[in-house]
Design a protein around this ligand. Structure first.
Ligand SMILES: [Zn+2]
Length: 94
């Protein structure tokens, strides 16, 4: 299935405003749920992601891209485990 990608800002600093990351809408929503904006530095901090300390600053595009990859891996693992659960349920019905 193809989704129209969204332009995500890794930084709201003036010099980075046009440097966006193309990302799927559902991943985008989840990425935003796991960070909060540092108003002073105009970029994001991690909150509640295993492998990162809370408040870890994503102050480069490379760090931000790596973080998006970590969130994507978490979502894929959650999806696989919920599909496995459903499959086991269905197999036990027959
Ligand atoms: Zn965004």
């Amino acid at each position: 299935m193809a989704y129209k990608k969204i332009r995500h800002h890794w930084s709201y600093a003036k010099e980075n405003m046009d440097d966006t990351i193309a990302i799927e809408p559902s991943l985008h929503k989840n990425v935003h749920l796991k960070m909060k904006k540092n108003e002073f530095l105009q970029c994001f901090e991690v909150c509640g992601v295993p492998g990162y300390e809370d408040g870890y600053l994503l102050d480069t595009k490379e760090e931000h891209l790596r973080f998006i990859g970590v969130v994507r891996d978490i979502l894929v693992k959650q999806k696989i485990s919920s599909l496995t659960f459903e499959l086991e349920f269905l197999l036990n019905m027959y």
